[in-house]
Design a protein around this ligand. Structure first.
Ligand SMILES: Cc1ncc(COP(=O)(O)O)c(C=O)c1O
Length: 348
């Protein structure tokens, strides 16, 4: 099988496992795990923030982040395909009483004008106040889109001018950094809270970190415990994340090349499935035209290629550490053939 459903499917490498086994650990609820502390400090520094908090998942880190920035009864603004809106199971409403207002986006691209058009600074007693704007970089369901630095700066300034806080869902900000060359601290400095993941392109089995001010992180630590997310000898997992930073960050460029190889093979057979220019990192979103996405995903699985159906006519392939560029090219040929053949049947 060539598994391109997500970059979360990778298994820890032998080197990563050896590092995990050798990690010094302690009880992290007592603040005594040296490996967790090392990871938290390192990630905070990389992103230009004061402190960090290691969490079991990106979803938990986002829930803590939004809960700190947005009061119950306020809203967070994000785009219509944001992970926090589509895939976090309503946690922000269920846990914090926070509503979401979304703006339409093309490939998840941030647009400061759209944010400005719907935001509602906390002044009026008649309207739900916007507590925060949340941005995703890279954008998952948009197809690994790297946000423009100009738009990020514009939104950051807009929020600052209106007393609205800023959240970056940077689960794949590593990919954005490698693709754009923009410094991690430059991305991080534009936001009040940033969350990053190690269990995606970086190839660790588990873990995300939230970074912010010392005070915000202290509050997030309490909220994490309240939600059952306090953990003990978590250094065994933090060690995997540290290993990933040391060994798997620069190689994300290989995943980006593999995604291009995949998309190129598709486009040679089914030109309207994807715009090659839109393939910026490790995620390729394909449009299946007349054909049901689930049918394409099933037919691909029959030929040993796993991809995700994300909508009625949209499938996603994600490249990662456990597939080669040649695998991805072959997968693109298979899926391109399926799309071309299915399309010509649909037209007949
Ligand atoms: C952009 C983005 N944010 C957050 C998450 C949540 O991460 P987790 O699966 O660790 O909860 C994901 C997961 O795929 C994601 O793609």
């Amino acid at each position: 099988m060539i598994d391109l459903r997500s970059d979360t499917v990778t298994k820890p490498t032998p080197g990563m496992l050896a590092t995990m086994l050798a990690a010094p650990v302690g009880d992290d609820v007592y603040g005594e795990d040296p490996t967790v502390t090392e990871l938290e400090q390192r990630v905070a520094e990389l992103l230009g923030h004061e402190a960090g908090l290691f969490c079991v998942s990106g979803s938990l880190a986002n829930v803590l982040g939004i809960g700190l920035l947005v009061q119950p009864g306020q809203e967070v603004i994000c785009d219509v395909a944001a992970h926090i809106a589509r895939a976090e199971m309503g946690a922000h409403a269920a846990v914090h009483g926070v509503t979401m207002r979304t703006y339409p986006s093309v490939q998840g691209r941030l647009d400061a004008d759209q944010v400005a058009a719907i935001m509602s600074p906390p002044a009026s007693p008649f309207l739900v106040a916007t507590g925060a704007v949340s941005v995703e970089n890279t954008h998952n369901f948009g197809g690994g889109t790297v946000q423009s630095l100009d738009q990020l700066k514009a939104v950051s300034e807009l929020c600052r001018d209106h007393g609205i806080r800023r959240h970056l869902d940077g689960a794949r900000v590593w990919n954005a950094h490698i693709a754009s060359g923009v410094d991690l601290a430059t991305y991080g400095g534009l936001f009040d809270i940033v969350t990053v993941a190690f269990s995606k392109g970086l190839g660790a089995p588990i873990g995300s970190v939230l970074v912010s001010t010392k005070d915000n992180v202290a509050q997030a630590r309490v909220m994490r415990k309240r939600l059952g997310g306090g953990w003990r000898q978590a250094g065994i997992l933090a060690a995997a994340a540290i290993y990933a930073l040391d060994h798997h960050l620069e190689r994300l460029a290989d995943d980006h090349a593999a995604a291009r190889a995949f998309a190129t093979a598709v486009v040679e057979r089914a030109p309207s499935a994807v715009d090659l220019e839109s393939v910026e990192t490790n995620i390729v979103v394909l449009y299946t035209g007349q054909v049901a996405a689930a049918g394409i995903a099933r037919a691909a699985a029959d030929q040993g290629i796993l991809i995700s159906a994300l909508g009625p006519h949209m499938v996603r392939a994600v490249t990662h550490l456990d597939v080669t560029e040649a695998d991805c090219s072959r997968a693109g040929q298979v899926i391109g053939d399926l799309l071309r053949d299915a399309d010509s049947r649909a037209l007949r």
